[in-house]
Design a protein around this ligand. Structure first.
Ligand code: AQP
Length: 343
């Protein structure tokens, strides 16, 4: 595959933080879309390690999870022959462009971000890192560096995508056409899978207080089943899609079933009309989830059996990504009035 800095096809960029073990929420919101869209776009899939250090973390865990997440991209179906897979910190232009964008991003825009408020609220107020507030500007730099047209993400990232568009437009207005203004691609169903232990909260890989919160992509089948069988529901029997917060647990299970089978809502409701209560629903959700996870786990084991394969792939990916990122960064700095650096 050849990658050039000028665009041959429309581009996709997306990433996941190595901030924990990937969940079925990450799969449905991000990876499932990526594997499909890589055939229609020139695609860049990044392990966004610089984002993972915006909250307290363990360095050894970060190293291990960075490789694990990259291997899971491939195990889920990202094909390195047609897509570029790389680690964010291997391409310095991500940090460099962030500084330039920081200087055109009003602070008020960042103060409005709900993810910052949620994550800051989980920490002692005096230990919240400046990087956590700046997270969406780094995300804007990630996306804009690749002149990205489309960003496939879960619904929780919609606000950050809007901010990226605002930053791109402000930069282009101030300094002339520099960045493509990207569009979000949010899946029609499963855009926001909820916690199994708390169906009003988003399922997140970094929420590890309860072992029944999330199904991880590398969970063995019995563990995944146990978590799904213990999912919080309500005291009724009606198995229907619903916006009623009382029915959020059942709705979440149905959305998971929908995302993993691709069936229509009408067909799913008809299928469960004869079910003998929520136990039946949970059992069948566990079956479809495990059926999808088994081949992913098998492929993950194969990919990681060679200790060097993932590192070599990431080195090639960083080279390809750098070609594009450097060209955009040079254009941005020139348009902002910087002298070009001596060779
Ligand atoms: N519950 C979810 N349902 C659908 N999509 C989801 N995504 C995350 N959770 C769900 C999507 O997965 C990608 C991962 O993005 P990220 O790792 O950069 O950060 P995030 O959105 O904050 O995801 P997590 O799992 O909640 O991570 P932590 O716990 O570290 O904050 C994005 O496309 C996201 O939309």
């Amino acid at each position: 595959m050849s990658v050039s800095s000028s665009k041959q096809r429309k581009r996709v960029f997306s990433g996941v933080q190595p901030s924990g073990s990937l969940t079925i929420g990450n799969y449905v919101g991000a990876l499932q879309q990526w594997t499909r869209e890589q055939h229609h776009y020139e695609s860049f899939f990044c392990v966004v390690d610089l984002h993972a250090i915006t909250v307290p973390y363990d360095p050894a865990e970060l190293r291990a999870k960075t490789r694990e997440v990259a291997a899971l991209y491939l195990a889920c179906g990202i094909d390195p022959a047609i897509s570029t897979v790389f680690v964010q910190s291997h391409v310095p232009a991500h940090s460099e462009l962030t500084w330039l964008l920081n200087c055109v991003t009003p602070l008020g825009w960042l103060n409005r971000m709900t993810q910052f408020k949620d994550k800051a609220a989980r920490q002692q107020a005096d230990s919240v890192a400046t990087g956590l507030l700046d997270y969406p500007v780094l995300m804007a730099a990630d996306i804009l560096l690749y002149q990205t047209d489309v960003v496939p993400v879960g619904g929780d990232q919609r606000q950050h995508l809007e901010l990226t568009r605002d930053i791109a437009q402000r930069f282009n207005n101030l300094f002339g056409e520099t960045f493509t203004v990207p569009e979000a691609m949010i899946p029609p169903s499963g855009a926001r899978i909820k916690g199994l232990d708390d169906p009003l909260a988003k399922m997140s890989k970094s929420l590890t207080e309860s072992e029944y919160h999330a199904v991880y992509l590398l969970d063995p089948p019995d563990r995944a089943s146990k978590k799904i069988m213990r999912a919080v529901t309500d005291s009724g029997r009606d198995i229907r899609f619903s916006d009623d917060p009382e029915k959020a647990g059942v709705n979440n299970l149905l959305e998971i079933y929908e995302a993993f089978t691709g069936e229509t809502r009408e067909a799913i409701e008809a299928h469960f009309a004869q079910a003998r209560g929520y136990g039946d629903l949970k059992k069948q959700v566990a079956e479809v989830v495990n059926a999808a996870l088994q081949p992913i786990q098998q492929r993950y084991r194969e990919l990681t059996s060679d200790g060097h394969f993932i590192d070599e792939l990431l080195a090639q990916g960083a080279q390809r990504a750098s070609l594009v990122a450097k060209a955009t960064f040079a254009r941005a700095r020139e348009n902002m009035g910087f002298l070009m650096p001596p060779d």
